[in-house]
Design a protein around this ligand. Structure first.
Ligand SMILES: *Cc1c(COP(=O)(O)O)cnc(C)c1O
Length: 380
């Protein structure tokens, strides 16, 4: 049997390069709290993301929780259920009420057509999610937010390095959260960052993630601990050197999938947004034919040792833990997509002949079904 293929695989520098990067730490013995690596990575990321304000965090999820706290939000936050649990959990864990907008049927980001109808006098913010490497309608969201004086916080966990009409994704809304989790396009093992518009927030955000400490004997805020340590930052410095190359390799994998799978009735390939330079973070396929279900394909792949992921399923407004909490809102498009979508293996080092193998399993299954279907023994 062929080697198993994971759905994702972390980008890593060579061990030697990482060790080299860590050597200073054995001399300085500063392992966290704004060490050299932390400062260096923050600067390097501001540079790479073409943005001004960056604050690093232990992970992306905490970054989301902290920004909700720093903005002192209350009441309702409009978001979408087609996301990782983290987005909705952050809202709920900070004592806010999520209100779920549906998603667009093509790019799976927040639908803006009826967004205004969800705004009440309790609404204080919008938390849209850039999904898979696709970007929200940032212009329309900005227009609506301005009209109703709402904060916009993007969950940009999937969106590292993306540009829209040449503008960095880090520069939209009041703040954006990036995740540097091991499985993301750019990783610091675990880790995350906020980018934000208002430069005067830098000291506040950085104090919040360090117990609210603002001076040697002064604690101005009831902060927590969300700091990124030096080992994480060192990993980030190494990985950042190769991230462009990694994105190019992902692109080749992505294009190989498209080559293999286009023109098949019942397979919908990822939507490609114009004027967006993607980071090719995921390869979502929609099995929207009536003959075949997403679960069958996942099972066929699994039998051959190939891991795929129902991502995002279930929707966050369908999670067990939210069963008797708040209104779940009717989000029929998100519901349909979550029942049909499968993300296929995608990482920089995935071999192109493995992509061919994955696709041939999918195609073989489609063909065999079409054959039996034409014999008339498959109910359609
Ligand atoms: C990964 C991810 C998060 C959480 O980030 P962590 O760094 O793992 O805490 C939040 N939202 C989305 C959409 C994600 O994919």
């Amino acid at each position: 049997m062929n080697n198993p293929i994971p759905v994702t695989c972390s980008s890593m520098p060579t061990l030697n390069e990482y060790i080299e990067e860590l050597k200073d730490l054995w001399e300085s013995k500063t392992l966290t709290n704004d060490g050299v690596k932390h400062m260096e990575l923050e600067r390097a990321l501001a540079d790479y993301l073409e943005t001004v304000n960056v604050s690093l965090f232990t992970n992306g999820h905490l970054a989301l929780e902290y920004i909700l706290e720093v903005f002192q939000l209350n009441g309702e936050v409009i978001t979408t259920p087609f996301t990782f649990a983290s987005t909705t959990h952050a809202i709920v864990r900070k004592g806010l009420t999520p209100v779920f907008a549906d998603i667009n049927p093509n790019d799976y980001t927040m639908q803006t057509d009826n967004l205004e109808s969800l705004i009440t006098e309790k609404t204080t913010a919008i938390m849209p999610v850039h999904v898979y490497g696709n970007v929200c309608d940032v212009a329309e969201i900005e227009r609506i937010a301005e009209k109703y004086s709402l904060k916009v916080i993007y969950d940009a966990a999937h969106a590292f390095g993306i540009t829209v009409k040449g503008e960095s994704i880090a520069n939209f809304g009041d703040a954006s959260m990036f995740s540097f989790h091991a499985t993301k396009v750019f990783n610091t093992i675990e880790g995350g960052a906020l980018t934000y518009k208002d430069s005067s927030l830098k000291n506040v955000i950085d104090a919040y993630k360090n117990f609210g400490i603002t001076g040697s004997e002064i604690i101005d805020y009831i902060g927590g601990n969300g700091k990124m340590n030096e080992f994480q930052a060192a990993m980030g410095l190494c990985n950042l050197r190769y991230v462009d190359r990694e994105i190019q390799k992902r692109k080749a994998v992505y294009e190989r999938y498209i080559e293999n799978l286009s023109g098949i009735d019942g397979i919908r390939l990822p939507y490609i947004q114009k004027e967006v330079a993607s980071n090719y973070s995921y390869f979502p396929v929609l099995f929207d034919g009536i003959k075949i279900s997403r679960d069958e394909i996942q099972y066929e792949l699994m039998k051959q040792g190939i891991h795929s992921r129902k991502y995002f399923y279930p929707l966050t407004n369908k999670l067990e833990c939210y069963k008797s909490k708040f209104t779940h809102n009717h989000t029929p498009v998100a519901q349909q997509i979550s029942e049909k979508v499968l993300t296929l293996p995608l990482y920089a080092d995935l071999q192109l002949d493995d992509v061919d193998r994955i696709c041939s399993i999918i195609k073989r299954h489609f063909n065999s079904l079409t054959l039996t279907a034409s014999k008339g023994d498959i109910p359609i």
